[in-house]
Design a protein around this ligand. Structure first.
Ligand SMILES: Cc1cc2nc3c(=O)[nH]c(=O)nc-3n(C[C@H](O)[C@H](O)[C@H](O)COP(=O)(O)OP(=O)(O)OC[C@H]3O[C@@H](n4cnc5c(N)ncnc54)[C@H](O)[C@@H]3O)c2cc1C
Length: 492
């Protein structure tokens, strides 16, 4: 099969690269011939990220986007020079790390040059006094965490995708790990960064625990999704590997009781590393054998750290669960979660049955959380073709939560899978906005949410566009993502 045999989904705005051979030769001078490719097999490997709909497309012989050239630089200077060429020639650049993003962020919808970051995989220094690790951002997440564990530390950032994602991708999408209630999200963990701007300038933000030096410009590049800069190096907080880890689980009669219990725990300034609430549908799916949780809500906790603190966290967590109608389910449900926490085989079993399946996460203050949960379920159940809509809640703050919805359905007659998919996303997001929540908790914007950004940010979106124009006047860095003005929805 050749590339021309695949149907290309995002094709309308593809940039026509004039004289490709000359560009390839210029790139080869920078990174070496062996680190540039236009071979079909390489181009095919970069046509998608892990947006689940692209798996449906794959078995239908469709590809999402099509890059023109792949590059594998290994120095900051090389990336800077590639960006300068891209500006001269007006060619899109797409930073690509592990491709585990699920919102289309790394899909080359305009074509262009892929900068694959995987050669930026070095751990530069662990500093025990400062409790930091300095590392290049192309490193695979699990390689970093295993190395830290071997040396007696953890970074505490353990996303479900840790085996298939990188530090650069985490920073780009403002990721959140499963242990985030204790260790924080990636923006809490990053202390310093090196960033290459769209026109090739290199910025080094100093590693410092905190500073009062004007607006926090470094944080501005966290969550930029490869549209404002390429992050090449970062210094992260690390922690001594936990001395003790405890598993606790409780079943509740209704989601409201579980929310109340967790809210009360966090009000005490107690932060179990992992807290996960499963609604009745997900409890039945993941914990069918737990008698006490039948038709109820399962909540699991992992408390970890120094022994005395873990004991205190456990006793306060138990007290709050029990005073909110929680029934102790022992440690086995948590052991089951711990063993299977990186397994996602369910999602890949759907496309052969023509089921469009996806997940999307949102954020809410406590006061709106249950309303948003119920209204998303209610509105999604009205979408024609919907088979299931369920949720779990896995990120918590004293002030609110991140809710993670999963849906699956079969497009009704007359609707393409993309139209059905967009209807599901729009239905959920509309309910979230009406309920006072935020449209994204940790997967980012990419393509899927870009047309909601004006609603989400209001006037601030205008400011963000101005900044994008200032930093990237030729709109070469990951065009078509976040700022919908560069990619008109439905035109592709
Ligand atoms: C099974 C599964 C489970 C997941 N679980 C979680 C989870 O628990 N928590 C969570 O937060 N996310 C999760 N995700 C989503 C995904 O893993 C994250 O979005 C991750 O941060 C993406 O990293 P990546 O290296 O794969 O980035 P990619 O997919 O390669 O790129 C993502 C975006 O970042 C940009 N980018 C990549 N590298 C750089 C760089 N160095 N500088 C600037 N921009 C860059 C790309 O252009 C793109 O826009 C999950 C995904 C899957 C498939």
């Amino acid at each position: 099969m050749n590339i021309k045999d695949f149907e290309l989904i995002y094709k309308k705005n593809r940039v026509n690269i004039k004289d490709k051979a000359r560009i390839v030769s210029r790139l080869s001078e920078i990174v070496g011939k062996q680190n540039v490719s236009t071979s079909e097999i390489d181009l095919l490997a970069y046509t998608k990220d892990t947006t689940l709909l692209t798996f449906n497309w794959a078995i239908q012989g469709k590809i999402a986007g099509l890059p023109d050239i792949i590059t594998w630089p290994d120095t900051v200077k090389q990336i800077s020079e590639i960006l300068m060429i891209a500006n001269q020639e007006k060619i899109p650049i797409i930073p690509y790390s592990e491709g585990s993003g699920v919102v289309g962020g790394a899909i080359p919808i305009y074509g262009g040059i892929i900068i694959d970051m995987k050669k930026f995989n070095k751990i530069i220094e662990i500093n025990d006094t400062n409790l930091t690790v300095t590392v290049q951002t192309g490193i695979n997440g699990m390689n970093l965490e295993r190395y830290l564990n071997f040396k007696g530390y953890t970074a505490g950032h353990i996303p479900q995708s840790i085996n298939i994602s990188s530090l650069g991708g985490w920073i780009a999408h403002r990721a959140a790990g499963q242990f985030s209630t204790k260790y924080g999200k990636i923006e809490d963990i990053v202390l310093g960064m090196e960033v290459i701007l769209p026109q090739g300038d290199i910025i080094n933000f100093k590693t410092i625990p905190r500073a009062s030096t004007g607006p926090q410009l470094d944080k501005f590049f966290i969550g930029n999704e490869g549209t404002l800069g390429i992050v090449t190096k970062a210094t992260l907080k690390i922690w001594p590997y936990p001395e003790k880890r405890t598993f606790i689980s409780y079943a509740f009669p209704a989601i409201e009781n579980s929310f109340e219990a967790i809210r009360k725990i966090l009000r005490e300034h107690i932060y179990p590393a992992v807290i996960r609430i499963y609604d009745t549908f997900e409890t039945a799916r993941h914990f069918p054998d737990v008698e006490n949780a039948k038709d109820g809500i399962m909540v699991i906790f992992v408390c970890e750290g120094s022994s005395k603190l873990v004991d205190l966290e456990e006793s306060i967590a138990r007290e709050k669960c029990e005073s909110n109608l929680g029934v102790d389910c022992g440690k086995h449900p948590v052991e089951h979660w711990f063993e299977t926490r990186f397994r996602v085989t369910e999602t890949s079993s759907m496309p052969p049955y023509k089921i469009v399946f996806d997940t999307l996460e949102i954020a809410s203050l406590w006061e709106n959380a249950t309303t948003i949960y119920h209204s998303v379920l209610e509105s999604m159940n009205k979408v024609k073709g919907m088979l299931m809509i369920t949720a779990h809640v896995s990120h918590f703050y004293p002030n609110g939560v991140g809710i993670y919805f999963s849906f699956g359905g079969v497009p009704p007659k007359g609707k393409t899978d993309l139209e059905f998919y967009q209807e599901c996303w729009d239905t959920t997001i509309k309910a979230v906005i009406e309920g006072g929540g935020s449209i994204a908790h940790h997967h980012g914007i990419g393509i899927n949410r870009s047309h909601w950004m004006d609603k989400e940010l209001g006037n601030a979106m205008h400011t963000l566009r101005q900044i994008k124009k200032l930093l990237d006047p030729n709109n070469i860095l990951n065009p078509g993502k976040i700022y919908v003005d560069t990619w008109k929805r439905g035109e592709n």
